[in-house]
Design a protein around this ligand. Structure first.
Ligand SMILES: Cc1ncc(COP(=O)(O)O)c(C=O)c1O
Length: 387
């Protein structure tokens, strides 16, 4: 059976239309409870055991591995931010001056600065694939241009599987095939899709997948995840936390310094990754997501938003073709005559929360959104268009 609305699990006030989870997710009951219970445990540190530093975070990594269809949780690192995860990637890449790093236009800054710095360090080239200047089959053409850009000079492609501001969907399977032909790395920023859009490590086999945790993964701000593939197994982490070394579980031997890391991605976890409060909240969030399932969340958002996408197109808005966008998050380019300041004012009066990106609205929704939310949104846009 398909998923029904889950607003009852959230505490979003009745008069608020929240279409901005792509910026920050609300919490739901089990996440809130896990956080509060963990906060209270701080009163009784004598009850915290050595295993509490390890076992919950191992469990968390297993849950994330399941969510992304990876068969080994040792490939998962817990990190505080996307920039941290990307820094660990860049720390293990050296380039020739003829090498190219490919990114797409207007990528999120944490997936831009790191590559700019890397190419500058080696005198290599950053190749930015612009969005085609057309509104006809733009997503399809953009994907083709990315594929065409990958060649023998491509050291690495770093991109999202969905564009973070306009929701264009990129065909990672085709991109992986092309990067494999040229031995180029594929690094994915999954922040705007993992959790709400199905993804399989086994299918795509990226070299790394890095995700912010406070959006579609419903974790607290400061809780991101990384998957690192075999390329990074013997790499250099950006910091040397003791927990990531072999035998760190034996607290009596910590100064018997250990030269070996735990296997695979363990070396890339941030120090204090067992963070008691965060880990409990993140686990509660992932458990619920695994029950809901990203495919079903996507389907719910599709059923909810598709009629409104049609209406908005009829009003003169541009939305990417349905096959080249996601349904949990998409951009709406407003007709030129729309007075953006007036629209912002109307949204504020009506308690409608979205992201504005220039002439674009970024709409993002989840299982707590209803038709009523989109009715209110469309009414506001109509009234500004007619004013
Ligand atoms: C695509 C994308 N990547 C990364 C981030 C967050 O990056 P960081 O965790 O480095 O702050 C965001 C936040 O909006 C995002 O949209």
């Amino acid at each position: 059976m398909s998923l029904q609305n889950q607003k009852h699990l959230f505490k979003i006030p009745e008069d608020i239309t929240y279409l901005n989870i792509a910026s920050l997710s609300p919490s739901f009951h089990s996440v809130e409870k896990a956080g509060i219970d963990a906060v209270l445990k701080k009163n009784t540190p004598h009850l915290t055991k050595v295993v509490d530093f390890y076992n919950p975070v191992i469990e968390l990594r297993k849950l994330f591995a399941e969510l992304i269809d990876a068969n080994n949780h040792e490939r998962i690192a817990t990190i505080p931010s996307v920039s941290y995860g990307m820094a660990n990637v860049a720390n293990n890449i050296s380039l020739k001056s003829t090498d190219e790093v490919i990114i797409v236009d207007e990528q999120f800054p944490s997936n831009y600065y790191v590559w700019k710095k890397l190419v500058d360090l080696y005198g290599a080239n950053l190749k930015v694939i612009k969005a085609p200047d057309t509104k006809i089959h733009r997503g399809k053409l953009w994907n083709e241009e990315i594929l065409n850009a990958i060649n023998k000079n491509t050291a690495l492609v770093a991109m999202g599987n969905v564009h973070w501001s306009n929701g264009t969907l990129f065909d990672l399977k085709a991109i992986r095939e092309k990067t494999n032909l040229h031995n180029s790395l594929l690094i994915i920023d999954g922040s705007q899709s993992i959790g709400a859009f199905p993804f399989s490590i086994k299918e795509i086999q990226p070299d790394a997948l890095i995700c912010a945790g406070y959006k579609w993964l419903f974790g607290p701000y400061g809780s991101a995840f990384a998957y690192y593939g075999p390329y990074f197994d013997h790499g250099n982490p950006i910091e040397e936390n003791w927990l990531n070394r072999k035998n760190s579980e034996d607290f009596t031997r910590l100064t018997k310094y250990e030269s070996e890391y735990k296997p695979m991605a363990n070396r890339y976890s941030v120090g204090e990754s067992g963070s008691f409060i965060y880990v409990q909240m993140r686990m509660a969030a992932l458990k619920q997501l695994l029950v809901w399932k990203p495919s079903q969340i996507q389907e719910y958002c599709k059923q909810l938003t598709q009629p409104y996408a049609k209406t908005l197109r009829k009003l003169g808005c541009y939305i990417e073709d349905d096959e080249y966008r996601t349904h949990h998050m998409f951009g709406v380019e407003l007709p030129e005559q729309v007075n953006i300041e007036l629209l912002k004012q109307k949204f504020s009066e009506q308690n409608i929360y979205v992201s504005f990106r220039g002439n674009y609205l970024r709409l993002s929704c989840h299982l707590y959104n209803t038709k009523n939310d989109f009715d209110k949104l469309v009414l506001c846009i109509e009234s500004v268009l007619n004013s």
